[in-house]
Unconditional design. Structure first.
Length: 193
């Protein structure tokens, strides 16, 4: 696929923890010539480096709560502001209405708008199964069973309402996230403009 370097493109990958956002985000970003920004990865890097943000975020992440909007928005803004044009695939952001509004303002300032919000849909028991596997493979400190359930609730309460927000704007595409990585990738490609 050709890389359209001159045109703004902003794709959001949404879905509950364990839906496969990280894997699909990496492939999609590569295929579409987009920079992948994963707020979870960025935060884990801050924690590993022991930065001020990392020290503020660690306990919150381990508890499965959301890091406060102002910290997340500042972190994303620092990455987006220098991009000309904005060509980005956002993985795990926005997660709250406040973050969604901030993103809209940021993009408007850069003369860009949202291309698509893709929501991966995966059954709950499959999410728990996948996250349990990831806990063994990656040793993430927030992938234990009680935190997994808690994060799924946080997603339902705080992030799922955003799907309506994007649906009302005509940018939401719900994609079946069950099945093989290749199948899901093809489905996502199929809904993107
Ligand atoms: P993830 O890797 O996307 O599952 O994120 C791991 C953890 O990082 C989450 O459980 C939150 O504690 C935090 N986090 C990541 N992205 C955000 C965000 N957009 N807003 C608030 N907290 C976030």
């Amino acid at each position: 696929m050709s890389v359209e370097a001159g045109r703004a493109e902003v794709v959001l990958l949404m879905g509950p923890p364990g839906a496969g956002k990280g894997t699909q985000a990496a492939r999609l970003a590569e295929a579409r010539g987009l920079r992948k920004l994963s707020t979870g990865d960025m935060l884990r890097s801050h924690v590993a480096r022991g930065t001020e943000l990392g020290r503020a975020a660690k306990g919150i992440m381990d508890a499965g709560e959301l890091v406060p909007d102002d910290l997340i928005i500042a972190m994303v803004e620092a990455e987006l502001a220098p991009m000309r044009p904005v060509r980005v695939l956002l993985d795990g952001f926005p997660r709250t209405p406040g973050q969604a509004e901030a993103l809209e303002t940021l993009l408007a300032r850069e003369g860009a708008s949202l291309t698509a919000a893709v929501a991966l849909e995966v059954a709950d028991d499959e999410l728990v199964r996948r996250l349990g596997g990831r806990a063994v493979e990656e040793g993430r400190s927030d992938d234990n069973e009680s935190t997994i359930r808690y994060r799924m609730n946080v997603y339902r309460k705080q992030t799922q309402p955003l799907l309506d927000y994007y649906d009302q704007r005509g940018t939401l595409h719900c994609v079946d996230g069950m099945g093989s990585m290749d199948d899901v990738f093809e489905r996502i490609n199929g809904v993107l403009p």
